[in-house]
Design a protein around this ligand. Structure first.
Ligand code: UD1
Ligand code: UDP
Length: 362
């Protein structure tokens, strides 16, 4: 079996790391699209997670944030990737998640007659504003091998009558935590001693940060709650906070420490040390259910594609309204203990299950 692994963003590197570690240069080619290009959004994770450097790295034209440049970006990835795929002739193209890189790689795979493997298949928010929803639906229907993290995701795929074969494997985000949590405890490099009882905040979803009213409503909720918070901000979020005149409000607040994106070890450390988490991240909702983290997540979104975490009591769908955010933070300050011992996203052995299916079939 010879696989091509295509990845382009921070969460893809993290969630493909456990698969990459079970492969070698002979049976796999790693292709990095460069969708995320800053060091602290990309190579930092290759370093932290100790995976081998990509065999191919693309340099994409930087997005200017026009309405068409994301389509152009997908086209650019397809053009570059088709050349690589025709040279290396893999048995499958492996993609993870729902980013533009994932859509571009899946289109390239199927059009080059290479079966597509989709890791983390079957997630749905049923929110058509999200580019991720378009991408994952398309990719699920293109794929030959669909690795659903949960039975719920598998049912969704069956309900949509996807063409490929579906397997339930848990989520590889849990593999990455199990493999790195003890290193993170030793290697985390943040000094947060002065911060007691803080909430960890992350925000980056387009439907939140690209809309002035929504972003302002969330920021007001965070500031007015007065709770101490540490907020490693995604570059997209920083740009939009500055554009909408909200960055200063956060910087000048007494309770929020806004910092650049942190590496994987620091992130695990912050999750573990925090009282609870406020986030619109998909991966963070899963990670918080890991036996090594076990933190409540207040989801500042209108919908979630991780209903399993809500059902098992790890997370709560709060929305983006200022008053609802303030109230949820107040409630969570008194009541943030996790009582469930469910592991909705698996026990950290997803990569082995995925590769075992592929090895048997390809
Ligand atoms: C992308 C994914 C999203 C995923 C997220 C993980 C899509 C449609 N979205 O969103 O599903 O949750 O990655 O973080 O693929 N930027 C930088 N430096 C970087 C990367 C991005 O400055 O290294 C800025 C650029 O201004 C860019 C903007 O962030 O225009 C958005 O980047 P993009 O990759 O389009 O989407 P994300 O918001 O990162
Ligand atoms: N993450 C990180 N540093 C940060 C913010 C997030 O290491 O400053 C990790 C987080 O633990 C998770 C992944 O990045 O593993 C999630 O990425 P993101 O929230 O950008 O994307 P999503 O999961 O929503 O697609």
């Amino acid at each position: 079996m010879k696989v091509a692994i295509v990845m382009g963003t921070r969460p893809e590197i993290i969630k493909l790391s456990s698969i990459i570690k079970l492969l070698n240069k002979k049976n796999s080619t790693i292709i990095f699209t460069g969708q995320h290009y800053d060091f602290n959004m990309s190579m930092q994770f290759i370093k932290d997670l100790d995976i081998r450097k990509p065999d191919y790295s693309m340099k994409l034209t930087k997005l200017q944030n026009t309405t068409t440049d994301r389509a152009t970006q997908i086209g650019e990835i397809v053009l570059n990737l088709a050349k690589i795929i025709s040279k290396i002739e893999p048995d499958t193209v492996i993609v993870q998640g729902d980013t533009n890189t994932v859509l571009a790689a899946a289109i390239t795979g199927i059009k080059c007659s290479v079966p597509v493997t989709h890791v983390e298949a079957g997630l749905r928010s049923n929110d058509w504003r999200m580019p991720e929803e378009h991408n994952r639906i398309a990719v699920d229907h293109i794929s030959e091998f669909l690795f659903a993290p949960t039975e719920h995701a598998k049912k969704t795929l069956q309900g949509e009558k996807v063409h490929g074969k579906t397997y339930v494997t848990g989520n590889t985000s849990i593999d990455a935590i199990q493999q790195n949590i003890s290193k993170a405890e030793k290697k985390a490099n943040l000094s947060i001693e002065k911060k007691n009882d803080f909430a960890l905040v992350t925000l980056h979803r387009g439907e939140n940060v690209d809309n002035k009213e929504t972003l302002s409503s969330i920021v007001q909720g965070l500031v007015q709650s007065k709770m101490d918070m540490i907020f490693p901000a995604h570059p997209r979020t920083v740009k939009q906070l500055q554009r909408f005149g909200l960055y200063k409000k956060l910087q000048e607040s007494d309770n929020i420490l806004i910092i650049p994106p942190v590496g994987y070890f620091d992130m695990l450390y912050l999750m573990k040390k925090s009282k609870f988490i406020i986030s619109d991240s998909g991966g963070v909702q899963e990670e918080a259910t890991s036996p090594s983290i076990r933190k409540k997540v207040l989801i500042v979104r209108k919908s979630t594609d991780r209903p399993e975490a809500v059902k098992t009591g790890y997370s709560e769908l709060v929305g983006t309204c200022t008053q609802k955010i303030i109230q949820a933070i107040r409630d969570a300050q008194d009541n943030h203990k996790i009582t469930s011992d469910a592991n909705p996203y698996g026990n950290g052995h997803s990569a082995e299950k995925i590769l075992s299916v592929l090895r048997k079939t390809l």
